[in-house]
Design a protein around this ligand. Structure first.
Ligand SMILES: [Fe+2]
Ligand SMILES: [Fe+2]
Length: 259
């Protein structure tokens, strides 16, 4: 049940919430000029490659609004506060990409051309536990970070580069939340529960690999390889899995004293 007057004692999450509020921004913060100078072939490639991120921003909105009542009902009001600011970030990202498609004069790929993308999002949406959700949101944030980071690297002084650089700052805050939440919850999970998180990750990566194959022609046009993208994303998730001690074989509590 939601408490009327809960304690707000998790200073770290409250600090993240304050940071999240202070860091809000609007479309005026971006210089949107320059779309006309991008070649037709590059504009089409960008429209294709951005499609999964564009849908991902909307899935993030769904994910956050699903986790929000779960954490409030468990008495974690600080997490609820933070997630509310994160929802606004994802809404902004979605709105910005909508604007970008307008300026590029392009449409995202239709569902039939990228069926795996919907499979990926359906996998995330099937989750029942807040920890699974936050883990899924973390992987999706890492996915977004790789995408936006790749654009900043390739096209630093362009419209897409500027928008990506600004968006990346929000995504970094989101990882700090997942870090805080999962660090607290993972030690309370059974080895089976933690293994389920790794299985979920492997499942998502199988879908991402098929997705990478489908986007290869567009990524070629942008001089970006799906293998490079996937290897980077895998390294990121492995680093997080190690940092959070997700692997069931790794000790997360003090060992039992010997008999
Ligand atoms: Fe986002
Ligand atoms: Fe995010």
């Amino acid at each position: 049940m939601i408490r009327i007057h809960p304690d707000l004692t998790d200073d770290e999450l409250l600090r993240l919430f304050d940071k999240g509020i202070r860091a809000q921004w609007t479309q005026d913060a971006i210089d949107w000029s320059g779309a006309a100078s991008i070649s037709e072939a590059k504009r089409r490639a960008l429209a294709d490659v951005i499609t999964p991120v564009y849908l991902g921003e909307q899935t993030a909105m769904v994910g956050i609004s699903t986790v929000l009542p779960m954490v409030l009902n468990r008495g974690m009001a600080e997490a609820g506060l933070y997630l509310s600011s994160m929802g606004l970030d994802e809404a902004r990202h979605f709105h910005n990409l909508h604007q970008l498609y307008d300026l590029l004069g392009q449409e995202p790929l239709p569902r039939r051309r990228l069926p795996e993308m919907f499979r990926y999002h359906a996998r995330l949406l099937a989750r029942r536990e807040p920890t699974e959700w936050v883990w899924g949101i973390l992987i999706s944030d890492l996915f977004a970070k790789r995408f936006y980071g790749g654009f900043v690297e390739r096209f630093p002084d362009t419209l897409v580069g500027r928008l990506s650089a600004r968006t990346l700052q929000d995504e970094a805050r989101h990882q700090a939340f997942s870090d805080r939440y999962l660090t607290r919850m993972l030690p309370t999970m059974t080895p089976e529960g933690r293994q389920a998180l790794l299985d979920m990750r492997d499942d998502l990566f199988r879908v991402i690999e098929v997705l990478g194959g489908r986007l290869r022609p567009a990524m070629d046009e942008l001089e970006w390889s799906p293998e490079e993208f996937i290897a980077g994303l895998w390294a990121d998730t492995e680093r997080w899995a190690r940092r959070l001690h997700v692997k069931p074989g790794e000790a997360v509590e003090a060992p039992e004293p010997e008999a």
